[in-house]
Design a binder for this molecule. Structure first.
Ligand SMILES: [Zn+2]
Ligand SMILES: [Zn+2]
Length: 344
């Protein structure tokens, strides 16, 4: 992470445990003029109880969770927060909206933040993007030891940083194209150029930074593309950010979360190959583990971690969410020390 960006899953901006650099993904730009001044994250005491307001945004083209499934998911999240983190939390869904209509209703924010959006998102059609992407990858990789890069790229042995960047670039473009083309039930590809902003990391991050009607935005879609703040696990997935936790100056939590469930709900060939099939009776538990990771940023203020074995605070390498979930649950809460952030 860099000194003040949201956690991509997670895509993010905090301190990397190994490198001492920011490890989660804060946005590059300044908070909006009307927002309260940015302040350091306060600890959230475990001696009181909390309400976590969920907003469910649905793309009707994509597989989804029913209302009953979401209710069951929220109960699982409540249980995990109590037993793993010691937080008493009631999860309450405050609304359900069509994804595109919700984004359309937020146009004022997107217009107000248009320069930030341009700074963060990399336009894949622009001639300058390959060079910018290379610079993004090189900057993220520079402080990382080569064995860590090998693990995320599932490649190696790597002999140098330039070689690692080159391999990452190749993987990025190949996977991005394949994920964009993931077929839907109607045979159409996932990515719809006419609705590109629905899959934009920058738009999502800006949106939840302004969110006031909820604390956690859950969608059945996914964030996919190139942006200037991708950490290694997003780069290695081809630009897929499963979730974001970022600053929200209007929130009593000073934070907001977004998670996109398409990589869990889809059985498109790319997911089956990279992730395996998630048994139906375990799907909600796998999603709950993802939410637990994000809520570790949110409630515990934990940084993104990279090298703890089977730790919920380490994002899954690749798309391997199912085995990641299984290993975390089998191991139980990680007993190693975790680093906190003062800003996402
Ligand atoms: Zn994370
Ligand atoms: Zn750990």
């Amino acid at each position: 992470m860099k000194p003040s960006a949201p956690f991509h899953l997670c895509a993010t901006l905090c301190l990397s445990i190994l490198t001492g650099l920011a490890a989660s993904r804060p946005l590059l730009a300044q908070p909006p003029a009307a927002a309260p001044p940015a302040t350091a994250l306060r600890d959230l005491p475990k001696t009181r109880s909390y309400e976590l307001r969920m907003l469910y945004l649905e793309d009707p083209r994509l597989p989804s969770l029913t209302s009953d499934q979401r209710t069951a998911l929220y109960a699982k999240i409540e249980h995990l927060l109590a037993t793993w983190y010691g937080y008493k939390v009631r999860v309450r869904e405050t609304g359900q909206h069509p994804l595109a209509a919700y984004y359309a209703a937020q146009d004022t924010i997107f217009i107000q933040q248009r320069f930030r959006l341009k700074t963060i998102d990399l336009d894949l059609a622009a001639a300058t993007t390959p060079a910018r992407l290379r610079a993004v990858i090189a900057a993220d990789f520079a402080p990382r030891p080569l064995p860590q890069i090998e693990r995320y790229l599932n490649a190696g042995p790597l002999s140098s940083q330039p070689q690692a960047v080159k391999i990452a670039e190749q993987q990025f473009w190949k996977k991005l194209v394949e994920l964009r083309q993931a077929p839907l039930a109607d045979g159409m590809p996932f990515f719809d150029p006419a609705s590109a902003r629905l899959n934009s990391y920058a738009h999502a991050a800006v949106l939840i930074e302004h969110l006031t009607e909820a604390d956690f935005m859950l969608t059945n879609s996914m964030l996919l593309g190139a942006d200037a703040e991708m950490p290694i696990y997003v780069i290695a997935r081809g630009g897929l950010s499963t979730a974001i936790t970022t600053n929200n100056p209007r929130s009593p939590y000073q934070a907001a979360v977004l998670a996109g469930l398409f990589p869990f709900l889809s059985d498109a060939p790319v997911f089956v190959r990279e992730r395996g099939v998630i048994p139906k009776d375990e799907l909600l538990d796998v999603i709950a583990t993802l939410c637990l990771h994000e809520l570790g940023h949110f409630f515990l203020r934990y940084a993104e971690h990279y090298d703890h074995p089977h730790c919920v605070h380490v994002a899954p390498p690749g798309l391997n969410y199912y085995t990641w979930h299984q290993a975390i649950r089998a191991g139980g809460p990680c007993t190693l020390p975790h680093q906190k952030v003062t800003r996402y």
